[in-house]
Design a protein. Structure first.
Length: 236
């Protein structure tokens, strides 16, 4: 039992949702971008403090040039349409991923949103874009090795290593939800979900309404999180 402080979502199924309605995949991605606003507000109202959304993985570059190009334009669409509201609600926009590998215009939109909202104290809305967890851990290991070579202390524990990750000042994930029925993690926050509760729902991301979110959070609240231990009332 417990509250969900950090919710991570794999936003899956935009293209399949659009295809089922006879629309191009891009229309699914557009609907998905609009749903970011809806779910961010609902998560904030439910008491979530950190919401991390998997927008674009390091593997998504394998998609068609047309689709990737469209996806790279969505941050501008999202923040042009909703940034005023996000600011009014006190949301802090953050990113994880290698922004340097994104188109310059896309990276600028994201860094500008982060800079504009950096003093806000409400929901941390974290966009994972050009993000892959194995890549993140590899970069963290390289950074640590560089520090060792520079003569910094070699002693390291799990908490110390986590500070080399892109989520260095963000708490571990409590609850991971993936939409559209797929039941895999897809290289997402592998370190951070070590003790997270997982849920896979059939609804595609455009269909993932605040009502579905609240249903998921209610189910999470009923789970018994033991972090590898047992309660005193339970048999060992």
């Amino acid at each position: 039992m417990g509250e969900c402080r950090h919710l991570a979502i794999i936003m899956d199924g935009n293209g399949r949702w659009a295809k089922a309605q006879g629309k191009p995949r891009t229309m699914g991605h557009l609907a998905g971008a609009d749903n970011v606003r809806n779910i961010a507000i609902a998560a904030n109202e439910a008491g979530v403090k950190y919401l991390t959304l998997y927008a674009f993985s390091t593997e998504n570059w394998k998609r068609s040039e047309e689709e990737v190009g469209y996806l790279m334009k969505l941050p501008a669409y999202l923040f042009q349409k909703y940034m005023k509201e996000f600011m009014e609600r006190g949301f802090r926009i953050r990113t994880i991923g290698e922004l340097s590998r994104l188109p310059a215009a896309t990276a600028k939109v994201l860094t500008d949103a982060a800079e504009e909202s950096k003093n806000n104290t409400g929901l941390n809305l974290i966009i994972a874009i050009n993000y892959g967890s194995r890549r993140e851990i590899l970069l963290a290991a390289k950074h640590y090795a560089q520090d060792v070579l520079a003569g910094r202390p070699e002693d390291l524990d799990e908490e110390g290593f986590s500070r080399y990750l892109m989520t260095e000042d963000i708490p571990d994930v409590d609850f991971l939800v993936r939409t559209s029925g797929e039941q895999r993690i897809s290289n997402y926050l592998l370190w951070q979900i070590a003790y997270a509760e997982l849920m896979f729902v059939p609804e595609s991301w455009p269909e993932f309404t605040p009502e579905v979110l609240n249903r998921c959070l209610q189910a999470f609240g009923k789970r018994d999180r033991r972090y590898g231990g047992v309660h005193e009332s339970a048999e060992s």
